[in-house]
Design a protein around this ligand. Structure first.
Ligand SMILES: [Zn+2]
Length: 506
């Protein structure tokens, strides 16, 4: 059993003006051959789950090429072409193979291609042929297109949000592929479209109605009705011609796969009006923080500027409002600001410098503020995450400075993902337990680590490319038949549920 493994991972926010360049991948991770296996061993990553399942099955593993970057605007086409050249090169060198596994985000747009993941999977299918089993692991926020469904045998998405099951998702995708490679023909994958997009700040799989639905789906697998399920809520800031939510159900019986995919899709759609973000004005959040005297801080969630969702991460709006106050809560704040990082490094530790913070990337939506900052410390920006999501995974945020501005500890860095992890402060000497107000730029991922650490969570009303006010964004491609653009959208009007499997006549 010979299996080739690839990764191409980036989450695109079409409204972020910052194009994802090769530099962002080099900054994230580019791995080739055995390097790929070594780099992810022991890590809470989909690739590691795939490799582990393949090793357990005694497969001959060919790790090929992996590229990972943090969320951003669309990927530069030349970056995608670089990956496609590598992909085709490895396939030509190592085919025939029994299987090809690809780890990807699933909501990736390039400057010229709306369906990057469809393009990758279709290329694999066209070179590998019909007999090779193809499986992909995806984010829960993937946009599962017709092309992706047609090209792959199995698509598996994260089942948790905050995402704490990356490893398990890679493992699930690999296990389904292994079963098919070992000759199990009766494994059918059904796809049902959910005609809606929902802000990622509006739900979690941990609580609420969506949490209950996920429990129900999980029970279907436990009771062996389904072999696998994925409920995809497309990253809603993706402006592409084909988009929306998707349910994938895998079963040993094609009729069961069809029926359960359809049912889960309808149940998901029924929650659309309940999945909303209740916004809190900035001034109210600051007042709440000032009321904290001895105890856990208030968490201000600047989700509209979430870099995890591809927003710019450069909005100083909350910082500006805090600094305007005569009495400022002790605040921890983090943002991307390359000019500020450069200025801090040029001035050195202990220097006091006047500078502008903010709006260096998204000049349209982000606010800036003039400050006098004390440079407390300077860092290379390499550290391990501590929270439950991607626990102990090494991340790189580039050169980073810890600044003291008024009563605020401000961390400025060159790039950041994983903004829901407290290590983004602690590694740079900012202890969030000593603060009254902590500002994070994340949609929901922060809940995994921060919930036990804070007294209250406030979703702040700010501007950004990851806003919950989807109707205010300049969508030009996404079908307006989707909810919330069409308040009368219905599953009955969506594309019919489809099913495929090796046991069916082709
Ligand atoms: Zn996600």
């Amino acid at each position: 059993m010979k299996v080739l493994v690839f990764e191409f991972n980036q989450e695109t926010n079409s409204f972020c003006p910052v194009v994802s360049e090769m530099e962002d991948y080099l900054h994230g991770s580019v791995l080739e051959g055995q390097q790929m296996r070594q780099a992810v061993r022991g890590g809470a990553l989909a690739l590691n789950g795939m490799f582990t399942a393949l090793e357990e099955a005694g497969a001959e593993i060919v790790p090929c090429y992996a590229m990972r970057a943090i969320a951003n605007g669309p990927v530069r086409q030349s970056v995608l072409e670089h990956f496609m050249d590598k992909l085709r090169g490895y396939l030509k060198q190592y085919l025939p193979a029994d299987g090809v596994l690809v780890s990807m985000h699933g909501a990736t747009q390039s400057t010229e291609d709306d369906d990057v993941c469809g393009t990758i999977l279709a290329a694999v299918r066209s070179l590998a042929g019909a007999d090779t089993v193809i499986a992909a692991s995806l984010d829960l926020h993937a946009n599962v297109t017709e092309k992706m469904f047609r090209s792959a045998d199995f698509l598996c998405g994260y089942q948790t949000y905050p995402h704490v099951d990356l490893y398990q998702t890679g493992y699930r995708a690999a296990r389904l592929a292994i079963r098919a490679m070992q000759g199990e023909r009766d494994l059918y994958m059904a796809r049902a479209c959910v005609p809606m997009i929902i802000p990622a700040s509006s739900y979690t799989t941990e609580t609420g109605k969506f949490g209950e639905l996920v429990c129900k789906a999980r029970a279907l697998v436990k009771e062996k009705v389904l072999e696998d399920y994925s409920i995809f809520q497309m990253q809603p800031w993706l402006d592409v011609k084909e988009g929306g939510g998707t349910v994938i159900a895998v079963a040993k019986d094609s009729a069961v796969a069809l029926k359960e995919a359809d049912r889960l899709a309808r149940d998901t759609f029924d929650l659309r009006r309940e999945m909303r973000t209740d916004l809190c004005p900035i001034e109210d959040v600051i007042d709440k923080a000032l009321a904290v005297t001895d105890g856990k801080p208030v968490l201000a969630v600047d989700f509209s500027d979430s870099t995890n969702a591809g927003a710019a991460g450069d909005n100083a709006a909350v910082l500006e409002a805090v600094l305007r106050r005569e009495h400022q809560p002790q605040t921890a704040f983090v943002m991307i600001d390359r000019p500020a990082v450069d200025a801090a490094f040029a001035a050195g530790v202990g220097a006091r410098i006047r500078m502008t913070l903010g709006a260096t990337r998204d000049k349209l939506r982000s606010r800036s503020v003039e400050v006098e900052a004390l440079v407390c410390s300077l860092h290379d920006g390499n550290f391990r995450l501590e929270g439950p999501a991607m626990h102990k995974v090494m991340v790189h945020v580039g050169k980073t400075a810890h600044l003291q501005v008024g009563n605020c500890d401000v961390v400025v860095c060159q790039a950041m993902g994983n903004t829901g992890d407290p290590q983004l402060f602690r590694h740079f000497g900012v202890e969030i337990n000593f603060c009254q107000l902590v500002v994070v730029k994340a949609c929901t991922s922060f809940r995994a680590a921060y919930t036990p650490l804070v007294s209250e969570i406030c979703m702040v009303d700010t501007q950004g490319a990851a806003t919950s006010k989807l109707e205010e964004l300049p969508f030009s491609k996404l079908p307006h038949s989707l909810y919330p653009f069409n308040q009368n959208a219905s599953c009955d009007d969506a594309a019919p549920v489809q099913v495929k499997g090796r046991g069916m006549a082709r």
